[in-house]
Design a protein around this ligand. Structure first.
Ligand code: TEU
Ligand code: CA
Length: 545
């Protein structure tokens, strides 16, 4: 319909550039590599790419530490390559959504170099400085996300600066109007290059009140987002997705409500944090519980049913591969990859595919800490082993939830370096690339890629899948996730078995009926009523009439 935005009907695809495709054999993915694979993405049927950071950076956090917002990292290419990517994608109907990392910069940014050299530099105020505590120690006990204190001493100015993530990622001081103007100018500069929008890194942190100890969703957040919208985003046909690890169903509409003039969507993580250990966090995962998981996802569906819009995803560059976390990456890899895709893509919202997900890539298992590259994993390794966690236990947690395990290179073919590079990859390639790769999967008409193509096609062709109301079904069932989508007289029933066993399912009255099977990972079903038995990881959608 005409009141539907392009980004509601589109599927997003996340590229983690370092691991996507290396064009020059230095072992690092790059922009020319991405350009060479655009046809793969066009065939998949996506509408836009969320490109993780490609800006100039010392790569302490693989680009989430930006040294120059208007330059491209040398290892990724040039600004000319970037313009070429924007145009080549656009020619295939694909928009480029840039990652906007403005809670912090790199400590190598020219602003920070001036800021740390003198209290009198205007840029000093672009960052967050505090005097030492009376004992000379850091101003507060706040810990950095990647381990250690969040405060770093700078002798040249006799103050500590805040690095909420790590010392290489000093927090920008959003209280400073000149800094905010610089950021808005930079955003406009990118928008004028023809990009399709921004994914905004940890955006809920920018309104922090450090002295009150408030970091997430602080008192200044929505004022800044409204100002940003007014100064740079308004009047452009773009998409904005704000990342927040703290947003809840209670606060979501403050960001993406229709009348707020802030953002279009949020990436929320309630379905992830529900399974983290309160003390040791992600490195000590709690067992998965489907009922709890459904409750979180359905609560989000209910909360944004009338206003706002959901961003649908299970995986990204910070999270485990979905087939390893929520499915079965062994015997039922193909079935469970298709099941998870079906469930997520047919909910109400905009679905995102994390590179490699479209062929069912799995988490890579590492056996030694020196195989990891990630600042988060390495920082927590130091912290947690110092607290008495054994190396073995830490590695188990890291293999389950570490970021690098899902950042290994794209597996394009079964060749020596998976077709990713002709050189030595920056991180080891998953040995299963011999069988799990784009070439093999795409050659199979029943492959995972073909399944995603089908889901993307349905989204383009059937308005009920984009905007139809979602009705949760069988919310207490221990193994089955089910819902219907309705739009006038059209109804789509979606049923998925999250277990590796055959499961009996008493079809709720609200989804009984017969019709046409739209998508399935087993033999097509036409009718569902009474008690049905679902095969391991079976998932299907039926258009009921
Ligand atoms: O992630 C936000 C964030 O809070 C992460 O530290 C998250 O808690 C963690 O990765 C979960 O494992 C964003 C980016 O997506 C991430 O890659 C960056 O490292 C981080 O911000 C800092 O920019
Ligand atoms: Ca390269």
């Amino acid at each position: 319909t005409s009141d539907m935005a392009w980004w509601q009907a589109a599927t997003g695809y996340q590229i983690y550039p370092r691991s996507f495709c290396d064009s020059n054999g230095d072992g690092i993915g790059d922009i020319p590599g991405i350009i060479s694979k655009l046809d793969h993405l066009a065939d998949l049927g996506i509408g836009f790419i969320w490109l993780s950071p490609v800006y100039a950076s010392p790569m302490a956090d693989n680009g989430y530490d930006i040294a120059d917002y208007r330059a491209i990292a040398r290892e990724f290419g040039t600004l000319e390559d970037m313009d070429h990517l924007i145009a080549a994608a656009r020619a295939r109907g694909i928009g480029i959504v840039m990652d906007l990392v403005v809670n912090h910069s790199s400590s190598e940014h020219a602003w920070f170099k001036r800021a740390r050299a003198s209290r009198d530099a205007p840029e000093h105020e672009y960052y967050i400085w505090r005097n030492p505590a009376p004992d000379g120690g850091p101003p507060s006990s706040h810990r950095a996300s990647f381990g250690g204190s969040a405060w770093t001493w700078e002798p040249a100015v006799g103050r500590y600066y805040l690095g909420h993530f790590s010392p290489g990622q000093p927090d920008l001081n959003w209280q400073n109007p000149a800094l905010r103007r610089e950021i808005y100018k930079m955003m406009t500069w990118w928008l004028d290059r023809g990009i399709a929008g921004f994914r905004m890194d940890v955006i809920s942190l920018i309104g922090k009140d450090v002295d009150a100890g408030i970091y997430e969703e602080g008192p200044y957040l929505h004022g800044f987002l409204q100002e940003m919208h007014h100064e740079t985003l308004a009047g452009r046909d773009i998409v904005t997705i704000g990342e927040s690890w703290s947003v809840s169903t209670g606060t979501a509409l403050l960001y993406c409500g229709r009348d707020r003039a802030e953002l279009d969507m949020v990436f929320q993580f309630n379905h992830v944090t529900a399974f983290e250990d309160p003390e040791f966090g992600k490195f000590r995962p709690k067992p998965f519980d489907l009922v709890r998981f459904k409750q979180v996802l359905f609560d989000w569906q209910r909360a944004l049913a009338q206003d706002g819009w959901n961003a649908l995803f299970l995986s990204n560059h910070d999270l485990p591969r979905q087939v390893s976390k929520y499915g079965d990456d062994g015997r039922y890899r193909v079935e469970s990859a298709k099941m998870l895709a079906t469930v997520m893509h047919l909910m109400r919202g905009t679905p995102f595919i994390y590179q490699g997900e479209e062929i069912g890539m799995t988490n890579t298992a590492f056996t030694r800490i020196d195989q990891f590259r990630d600042v988060e994993t390495l920082g927590h390794y130091v912290d947690q082993t110092a607290r008495g966690v054994t190396v073995g236990d830490f590695l188990t947690g890291a293999n389950a939830n570490g970021r690098d395990n899902a950042r290994t290179p794209m597996q394009w073919d079964g060749g020596p370096q998976a077709g990713f590079t002709t050189g030595t990859p920056w991180i080891e390639i998953n040995p299963n690339h011999a069988t799990v790769n784009v070439e093999a999967d795409r050659a199979d008409p029943d492959g995972i890629f073909a399944h995603y193509q089908q889901l993307n096609r349905l989204r383009r062709e059937m308005p009920v899948i984009v905007t139809g109301a979602l009705h949760p079904m069988a919310e207490d069932h221990l193994a089955v996730l089910a819902y219907t989508r309705t739009d006038g007289t059209t109804r789509v029933a979606v049923v998925a078995n999250f277990s590796g066993d055959a499961v009996d399912f008493d079809v709720p009255a609200g989804m009984e009926g017969h019709g046409t099977c739209l998508v399935t990972n087993y033999a097509a079903r036409a009718a569902i009523r009474g008690r049905i038995t679902l095969s391991p990881y079976e998932a299907f959608a039926i258009l009921q009439s």
